[in-house]
Design a protein around this ligand. Structure first.
Ligand code: TXA
Ligand code: MG
Length: 345
């Protein structure tokens, strides 16, 4: 029995998300003030939420790394209001970049170009290239327009964790550590931008994402190469990324049913395709349609929700392998590899 004074004590009050503001005019004006003052601001993009700072201010960019717990050698993407600003950030703008910018910007595509003089080492990870993207989310666009400069912005999650697709995902990771989280609703795309390296002789795909690689190849009229030893490092392509706390295992439905019947003391969660699995509590399973865009939109929210149920293992019913699913399969494979390698970053 608890002593009466403890039993009667009220539960600790939940932390109020007082730093989460609607992304209206007042919210955006506050965000611009913070950016100008060298502080960080979380803002929605069409892919995932970004942890933004003035990309020209080394003190501000250092705050991003400290908050995320991200190694300093990892470059961050610079978000721009429009392609006309490319010249301030890249010293060479190849025709391929103009073609892709015209077709896919604003939108979920990041271009890696040779950096202009003066671009901070903190932004490029000390490399000779810089990652640039013009996002399409109306809040990101208003913010970039009002701010005027480039906004350095990795995904607003702790290093190596699942990217946030709502303002409350960000709050779940950082609580009141951040001065402002602009709430622009759920991100439409739901997974990160496609990254294409245009700094070398041939274009290369560094990360599949919101724009299908096939659409990029069609626009360029040439195939995208794979990263090789000469390609710029894209450290976010390491296995330790995009992983929930629970182990992730990709499995066929029959394997999932077997695992549910035979697991010993391990708490299982399931991300199922189209239909629920029988004999598993509703709170421990999530169902996604076999529609790539919808799946991408919901994926990180589902992984976070299952994680919050304190499951040991998330069994993910393996989605199709066709081109539309490349970016999704990429993220799931990383999350699963992370578990297999036992990394904890
Ligand atoms: O959709 C997105 O791209 C989101 C939103 C917020 O824009 N951002 C995002 O940032 O995913 P982050 O930092 O979580 O992932 C960016 C990836 C990392 O893998 C990083 O290594 C790579 O882009 N990257 C950035 N600059 C680079 C460069 N100069 N060379 C090679 N890779 C670069
Ligand atoms: Mg990230």
């Amino acid at each position: 029995m608890l002593p009466p004074e403890i039993a009667a004590a009220p539960l600790p009050a939940p932390i109020e998300p007082t730093n989460v503001l609607p992304a209206d005019e007042a919210g955006i004006a506050r965000a611009v003030d913070l950016l100008r003052a060298g502080d960080v601001v979380v803002f929605p993009t069409e892919t995932v939420y970004g942890l933004g700072a003035d990309a020209a201010n080394p003190v501000a960019v250092a705050k991003i790394f400290a908050l995320k717990g991200r190694p300093e050698s990892h470059p961050v993407i610079v978000h721009l209001a429009d392609a006309a600003q490319l010249e301030a950030w890249a010293r060479e703008i190849p025709d391929r970049a103009l073609k892709l910018a015209r077709t896919f910007w604003p939108g979920p595509l990041t271009l890696i170009l040779k950096r202009a003089p003066g671009v901070l080492d903190a932004v490029t990870g000390g490399q000779d290239t810089v990652g640039l993207r013009v996002p399409s989310h109306p809040v990101a666009r208003s913010l970039l327009d009002a701010f005027g400069g480039g906004i350095a912005g990795p995904s607003a999650n702790r290093f190596g964790r699942v990217s946030p697709t709502t303002a409350m995902h960000v709050f779940a990771d950082f609580a009141l550590e951040l001065p402002l989280i602009l709430d622009g609703g759920a991100c439409a795309v739901g997974i990160e931008s496609t990254i294409v390296d245009l700094s070398g002789e041939h274009p290369r795909l560094l990360r599949p994402g919101g724009v299908p690689a096939t659409a990029i190849e069609d626009t360029l009229g040439e195939p995208l190469g794979k990263p090789d030893a000469q390609a710029p490092r894209a450290p976010g392509s390491h296995a330790a990324h995009y992983a929930p706390r629970a182990q992730v295992r990709l499995a066929k439905r029959l394997e999932i049913l077997d695992a549910l019947a035979s697991h010993k003391g391990r708490r299982l969660g399931v991300l199922a395709l189209e239909v629920t699995v029988p004999r598993l509590n509703a709170s421990l399973q999530r169902v996604v349609p076999v529609v790539a865009a919808q799946y991408a939109h919901d994926l990180y929210a589902h992984l976070r929700a299952l994680d919050a149920q304190n499951v040991d293992i998330i069994l993910v019913e393996a989605p199709p392998q066709s081109a539309a699913w490349t970016a999704i399969n990429d993220r799931l494979a990383r999350a699963a590899r992370h578990a297999a390698e036992g990394e904890t970053t």
